[in-house]
Design a protein around this ligand. Structure first.
Ligand SMILES: [Zn+2]
Length: 469
């Protein structure tokens, strides 16, 4: 039975979606003004893993992840680069999709862009004004926070605590326009020659929080099963999303709020631009092989900080290599299997591991415990399977299960095209020698033999490339 930790109740709860087997999931995506930070990549990997496990558990997941394609940062960056906000968004959405796919993150069912929902956002704000939850002031529209009685519940803060934070954050002009420091902007009146849309409240653009409420409700309905994001989004972003959504629909906005922790550098310091310890996914993909990077990002439970540093990379490499070696050894064993019979004893042992794996993942997606099960499985392989079990069907079954578990974590079996078969290597050497001495008849004969052995051959000016097909 799957249990998930709900930020709202601060408890692990039994997961019962609204309309099983369907599950609706909304995860806040990036503001597309730059390459994403490795911390955002961790969030994408964490929720992709959750999604994969739900699918494995029999659910049909509709997964929505948005792009914030207009905000202060986008406007400043576009102006600096002398391009339009849309051009900037298109560029970084392209990079995002490309790079996140390298991490084996499944594409979202829908990837809405805030600027495609402007008319719906305006309608939503109009309703909030009509119902008294929002008010116009100086070209802006604000949400009247105190009208929403459980404001602060998600981030577990009292109104007094929130007041202290609020007075530190807002700029002076906004402060003057607000009835209360806790109020937040739904619509920002046009400033200078910035990008804007016309609305009944005057020209301007939406505030950040409103877009997610509108896109989530439009794409998934008034109540969604899972809303995810980084823990920095709990407040104010998700607190505000919750307030305005529930004020609008009168229904519960989210059944389960899930938040992932940060990637940290030394002393649990959050990795951020201002701290100067910033690593983008773009840079990380130049440094590390994508499948390994996925492993690195997935290996720690999503609610725990993930430390990043040399020591952690070395440790992760060792563990990653153990997994890859395990797959390699299994493949070798399968190739040299000598019988087709199947022993039910092996099937039973696999089922025990499977049970343990599910138990780990059912406990709020405890990837660390799930990996412990995988490593125990690899130990069992080394001790009792490799070189001992000769049954093709058993070996295939053992491998299939390992691959399924790894796929839930988003780790791929890498198909190596490295040629290791000594017989093939000898044929290649003979063919290269024949070509050098211009014995083309022999070279062609060897070429045919190699092709028959499943090797692809590409003769180039610089020599010949041989690959496993
Ligand atoms: Zn959001």
């Amino acid at each position: 039975m799957l249990k998930v930790y709900n930020t709202l109740t601060r408890k692990k709860e039994i997961f019962t979606p609204l309309f099983p087997p369907n599950v609706t999931m909304y995860v806040c995506g990036p503001t597309v003004y730059n390459y994403i930070h490795i911390g955002n990549a961790r969030s994408a990997v964490a929720f992709d893993t959750i999604r994969r496990y739900l699918i494995y558990s029999g659910y049909k997941v509709r997964f929505v992840s948005n792009f914030t394609d207009v905000d202060d940062k986008m406007i400043r960056r576009a102006a600096k680069e002398k391009i339009s906000v849309k051009e900037l968004a298109d560029r970084y959405i392209g990079f995002y999709n490309d790079e996140i796919q390298k991490l084996n993150v499944m594409p979202a069912t829908v990837q809405p862009r805030a600027t495609s929902y402007i008319s719906k956002i305006i309608e939503f704000i109009k309703h909030l004004i009509n119902s008294g939850y929002a008010y116009q002031s100086g070209g802006d529209v604000y949400f009247h926070t105190r009208k929403f009685v459980s404001y602060g519940k998600l981030s577990d803060q009292s109104l007094d605590e929130l007041m202290v934070g609020a007075s530190e954050h807002t700029n002076e002009l906004e402060q003057k326009r607000k009835k209360d420091p806790l109020d937040f902007a739904l619509w920002k009146g046009r400033v200078d020659d910035e990008i804007y849309w016309n609305s009944p409240f005057g020209p301007g653009r939406p505030g950040w929080h409103i877009e997610c409420s509108v896109m989530a409700i439009s794409e998934l309905g008034n109540t969604i099963d899972i809303h995810g994001g980084g823990e920095d989004l709990k407040f104010p972003h998700h607190e505000n999303e919750r307030a305005q959504s529930e004020a609008e629909t009168g229904e519960k906005f989210v059944k389960y709020w899930l938040h992932n922790a940060f990637v940290t550098v030394n002393d649990a310091e959050k990795m951020s631009k201002s701290a100067g310890n910033f690593l983008t996914l773009h840079e990380a993909l130049k440094k590390y092989e994508p499948n390994f990077l996925r492993f690195f990002l997935v290996q720690t439970n999503y609610r725990k900080p993930l430390p990043y540093g040399m020591e952690q990379i070395v440790q992760a490499r060792r563990n990653y290599q153990r997994i890859m070696n395990g797959i390699y050894n299994l493949n070798q064993a399968i190739e040299s299997a000598s019988t087709d019979e199947k022993s039910s004893n092996i099937t039973k042992q696999i089922q025990q591991f499977e049970h343990q794996f599910k138990k780990a993942m059912d406990d709020d997606f405890n990837v660390q415990n799930a990996l412990t099960v995988i490593f125990d499985y690899l130990k069992w392989l080394n001790k009792s399977v490799i070189g001992i079990v000769k049954n093709y069907n058993n070996l295939k079954e053992i491998k299939k299960n390992l691959i399924i578990w790894l796929q839930i974590l988003g780790i791929k079996e890498l198909k190596t095209d490295e040629i290791t078969d000594p017989e093939v290597i000898s044929l290649i050497n003979q063919r290269d020698a024949a070509r050098k001495s211009k014995n083309f008849a022999l070279s062609d004969k060897l070429r045919d033999e190699l092709i028959q052995k499943g090797i692809s051959i590409e003769d180039t000016g610089k020599g010949t490339k041989y690959r496993k097909k």
